[in-house]
Ligand binder design. Structure first.
Ligand code: FE2
Length: 396
């Protein structure tokens, strides 16, 4: 029997025509109690719609891990590896994660102090705030009025040594109620987006590619990104742009000889476009904060050279140039009408296609607003697949 899927409730800000194939609520099912047939349908729906919501379900860390693993049965370590190793202590991600002792692949994230939680006597959680990451944060007066920012648009991925997880699951256990905030872009466009308190914002990597003009589609289909070694340590001294979509180029990154020991062979080079294993469509998947260099292949034989960017190919090592190119290609897709800001309710369980979307933490809580979420993703057993020769021919 077919599982029941319903469109996600879209906010007024969203352009429904751009969400026809994004997001579904899976009705009446528990993610850990699916028959093999239902599980196959859920997998299929995940790759078709990129984000699935199960509402009003009670999910244990063991169940969450087991369900997440179904999407990549060969892997069993958390997406960022062991976050207790010394080399990750300096990482910008370090303060945000607390591991569930019984199930180390599941992380407790949120805000405020949580007591006696799944074997953790006391966990001090801090919702990541743009004020410690953006170059020019919102003024305290505006923050007081409820103005906020996208914290950091990203893919859940270590981007060094480990492969980007195929899926991430997020489970909302405690969701504090509070007023709507206004997420301001502050990039001169005047763009802003009303958001529920503590929303997780998603954009589609497929839409990110589909809305590009032809010359940037051609560039994207021919390009590969090289990420920095230990990117979250490398980027730690640097500050982000007001849209949370990458780093300001001020030369503040840690010099590569000062990041913990690394090997060239473990550095990640990924295509800009990742091929959806079910639909075959291309998703623009770049973590803008970690990028270091860009490789562009020359146009294939027979392609139109007129107006083409880097028709003979290029290896771009100027960090500012790499970032500016990427920003030009990614910024259109985070326009307010293309963002899905999820309005969390307690016991919401979201499964998202980590290789098909970008997402961001948004907003700010007061210290006494307690939020507790479980997050799980697993370093994948394989690398993402890029465009096929036919894709290159079609788009280059
Ligand atoms: Fe994330």
């Amino acid at each position: 029997m077919a599982i029941e899927l319903a469109p996600l409730p879209l906010p007024k800000s969203a352009d429904p025509s751009k969400f026809a194939h994004f997001g579904r609520e899976v009705k009446g099912l528990h993610p850990a109690r699916l028959t093999p047939d239902q599980l196959e349908q859920v997998k299929d729906a995940l790759y078709k719609y990129d984000a699935l919501l199960f509402r009003n379900v009670v999910v244990t860390p063991e169940e969450q891990y087991a369900f997440t693993k179904e999407f990549d049965p060969l892997c069993d370590s958390y997406g960022h590896g062991n976050n207790k190793t010394e080399s990750t202590v300096k990482s910008v991600l370090h303060p945000d994660l607390k591991t569930i002792p019984r199930v180390p692949q599941v992380q407790l994230i949120g805000n405020g102090i949580v007591y006696n939680h799944e074997g953790l006597a006391e966990a001090k959680l801090k919702h990541p705030s743009h004020t410690t990451f953006h170059k020019s944060p919102v003024s305290p007066e505006d923050e007081e009025k409820g103005v906020t920012r996208f914290y950091r648009w990203h893919i859940d991925a270590a981007l060094y040594d480990l492969n980007p997880p195929k899926v991430t699951t997020l489970y909302g256990l405690k969701v504090p109620k509070g007023s709507t905030q206004v997420c301001r872009y502050d990039d001169g466009t005047g763009d802003e987006l009303p958001v529920p308190l503590g929303t997780t914002a998603f954009v589609s990597g497929k839409t990110m590619f589909n809305i590009l003009p032809p010359e940037y589609k051609s560039l994207a289909v021919r390009s590969r990104v090289k990420y920095a070694p230990h990117p979250y340590i490398w980027m730690a001294p640097a500050r982000a742009m007001p849209t949370g979509l990458g780093i300001e180029s001020e030369g503040r990154e840690l010099p590569l000889n000062e990041v913990p020991p690394w090997e060239e062979s473990r550095i990640k080079i990924f295509p800009v476009l990742w091929k959806n294993p079910v639909t075959g469509e291309l998703h623009f998947e770049v973590h803008p904060c970690g990028i270091l260099e860009l490789f562009v292949d020359p146009l294939p034989e027979g392609a139109m050279r007129e107006g083409a960017l880097y028709p003979d190919g290029a290896h771009i090592t100027n960090l500012k140039e790499v970032r500016e190119l990427m920003y030009k290609m990614q910024r259109p897709a985070i326009a307010p009408q293309l963002v899905y800001p999820h309005d969390w309710q307690e016991n919401d369980f979201i499964l998202f296609h980590n290789r098909g979307v970008l997402h961001s933490v948004v907003g700010a809580f007061k210290p006494d607003q307690v939020r507790a979420f479980h997050q799980c993703n697993l370093a994948a057993s394989d690398e993402p697949i890029g465009p096929s020769p036919d894709d290159v021919k079609r788009w280059a």
